[in-house]
Design a binder for this molecule. Structure first.
Ligand code: NAP
Length: 259
């Protein structure tokens, strides 16, 4: 399927690895020029070079922490006028409700709610002026069904979801579509870290922690980053112009719900 977005330009935040990188690769395969971001400059530049070579699109990089005010300013300056915005950042650490105080919540809110809102606030006006834009926020299945050890993530991402529900309906008449993609377990460094943490907490091996987690997924496996990237690229495509403010689960059936 021709996604109809060749020649457009996208900012993909937190994209040297994992789900962000997969979104960037799929957009590049559709002919989209990119601005990529991550904190670590080396992995970021490696990813950028791989994408330039594989897809022949232009790729700019901004190595900074996108959750800091200074980092956001750098990324926004490099991405001015983009047609497509994919919001992403690292997820908060796991723990127990009694572990978390005000500072922990502020950090999580900054990373997983206020950062994507800041990026939208800065970049939506350019999309509205052009009469076309796409925003995809990478959130989590924890928005639909809480993951108890990820209380910081549950809280911050649900706040972003509420913001998107209203804002997406304010900008839709300008040809700008905002939607959220909700990953269940995907084979990335993040899920490796969570399985390590479960193994340490429960005194079991990494393989046991992984097998137990995967046994609850109806698809019987973790998602592949490229499957996630394809869904993201579709939401950024011409074909997604009537999809507004939705929360789309990619979880192998893990959230046990009819709707
Ligand atoms: P990942 O494999 O660990 O990759 C994270 C990427 O984001 C890396 O490129 C990392 O590079 C970059 N990054 C992290 N923090 C950043 C920051 N503050 N500023 C700029 N770049 C940053 O993670 P992932 O699995 O792709 O997860 C992406 C998001 O989806 C996370 O919020 C995660 O919690 C969420 N999620 C993932 C899963 C899953 O199963 N994988 C499930 C549900 C939700 P640097 O470290 O160099 O900055």
């Amino acid at each position: 399927m021709d996604l109809g977005i060749a020649g457009k330009r996208a900012l993909v935040c937190a994209s040297s690895k994992g789900l962000g990188r997969a979104c960037a690769e799929t957009l590049a395969a559709a002919g989209v020029d990119l601005v990529l971001n991550a904190r670590g400059a080396e992995a970021l530049e490696e990813t950028a070079q791989m994408i330039r070579t594989a897809h022949g699109v232009s790729v700019d990089t901004v190595a900074c922490d996108v959750t800091s005010v200074e980092g956001q300013a750098q990324v926004i300056a490099a991405a001015e006028g983009v047609d497509i915005l994919v919001n992403n950042a690292g997820g908060p650490p796991p723990g127990l409700w009694s572990d978390w105080g005000r500072e922990d919540f502020l950090k999580a809110l900054d990373a997983n709610m206020l950062t994507p809102i800041a990026m939208m606030t800065a970049l939506l006006p350019g999309m509205i002026d052009k009469g076309w834009g796409r925003v995809v926020n990478i959130t989590s299945q924890s928005v639909k069904a809480p993951i108890a050890i990820l209380g910081l993530s549950n809280s911050a991402r649900t706040g972003l979801t509420g913001y998107v529900a209203g804002t997406s309906r304010q900008v839709a008449s300008h040809g700008v579509n905002i939607n959220n993609l909700l990953p269940g377990s995907h084979a990335t460094d993040r899920i490796d870290a969570l399985d390590q943490s479960t193994a340490a907490r429960e005194g079991i091996s990494f393989d046991q922690a992984r097998a137990a987690r995967q046994s609850s997924i109806p698809a019987g496996r973790d998602g592949k980053p490229e499957e996630f990237g394809a869904a993201c690229a579709f939401l950024c495509s011409q074909h997604a112009g009537f999809i507004v403010g939705q929360n789309i689960l990619l979880d192998g059936g893990n959230v046990n719900a009819t709707i």
